[in-house]
Design a protein around this ligand. Structure first.
Ligand code: CAA
Length: 287
């Protein structure tokens, strides 16, 4: 398959990342089917896309006409068969649990065309292990976007052990069609490149506060004004979702060892469902 043959893209999951990826694909001119498990989730993702497109138009980053046209290209769906039949590319952005992904992949395999390319937006899980839940592991790879997808330039394109070169070429070109900068990740290791660096940084910031060495505000000031990152570590944690960082760390801890032990402060945020911007409260309040 070539990128010219791609007419329809399916995004599985309408959460933070799923709706953002669907928005990026629609802005690039593709017809997008965005699927989630119930009407409420899919509608919420659709509303988030509408909000974001209108915001971009308000700031003259795109025209209102382009914003409306992009929104028109997104079809929100709940039925899996309708979502993946006749599609060319499937990008999965469902929660970071192997068993959830396994179940979704089984349903997809039942209904998706044989030639469809299947990519996962997983933040850290093994591409090789995930590919083995599909019927065509050679047509499967990682396509990892960053939050918020519409604003972040990078896409990691990750090869699993079974992925063939043609699949990586198509996904890399597709990322370029989306106006992004793809970087190939040849080794399928936990957290790939960005999260292997970024998530331990956020975890270390939590340890500093947990051990009483600094406050959240002090850490965030140093991250922003000393290290030159656009956000403080805790602001970034709230943006990414504390549950997402926690799951990445748990996985890195299991596979890579003790250096990646999640800080109890982060675990506590997850237990209390203070997940960040998406729940209105994380390390900071957003209501
Ligand atoms: N769509 C449209 N507008 C958006 C938006 C979106 N999705 N998200 C935020 N905005 C808007 C805000 O509402 C705000 O609007 P107002 O000015 O009207 O209030 C505006 O953008 C904020 O823009 P700013 O000018 O203040 O900030 P900025 O444009 O300079 O940068 C940013 C915003 C791009 C998010 C920047 O802060 C940034 O790069 N932050 C770091 C993000 C990052 O590192 N992400 C990667 C996380 S790791 C990850 O995602 C991987 C993983 O697997 C865990």
């Amino acid at each position: 398959m070539e990128t010219d043959d791609i007419n329809s893209i399916t995004v599985l999951g309408a959460g933070n990342m799923g709706h953002g990826i669907a928005e990026v694909a629609a802005l690039a001119g593709y017809d997008v089917r965005m699927r989630d498990i119930n009407q409420e989730f899919v509608q919420s993702g659709y509303d988030d896309i509408e909000w974001s497109l209108n915001k971009l138009a308000e700031k003259d980053q795109i025209s209102q006409e382009d914003a409306d046209a992009a929104l028109d290209r997104v079809t929100p769906l709940v039925d899996i068969e309708e979502s993946v039949s006749d599609t060319d590319v499937i990008i999965e952005a469902v929660p970071e649990k192997m068993e959830i992904k396994e179940d979704v992949y089984a349903e997809v395999s039942e209904h998706a065309p044989d030639q469809a390319i299947f990519a996962t937006n997983t933040s850290s899980l093994s591409i090789t292990d995930l590919s083995e839940f599909t019927d065509h592991p050679e047509q499967f790879c990682g396509m990892h976007f960053f939050n918020p997808p519409v604003r972040m330039q990078l896409v990691e394109v990750i090869s699993g052990e079974h992925t063939d070169e043609a699949t990586l070429d198509v996904i890399e070109e597709l990322a370029e069609e989306f106006g992004k900068t793809p970087v190939r990740v040849h080794r399928d290791s936990p957290g790939f490149i960005v999260n292997r660096i970024l998530v331990p940084l956020m975890n270390e910031a939590c340890w500093l506060v947990h051990e009483g060495e600094a406050t959240i505000e002090e850490v965030d000031s140093t991250t922003k004004y000393g290290m030159g990152l656009p956000m403080g570590s805790f602001e970034l944690g709230d943006q990414v979702g504390n549950d997402v960082s926690y799951h990445v760390l748990e996985y890195m801890h299991d596979v890579l060892g003790d250096a990646y032990e999640p800080c109890p402060l982060l675990a506590e945020k997850v237990e209390n469902e203070e997940l960040g911007k998406k729940t209105g409260k994380g390390f900071y309040d957003y209501e």
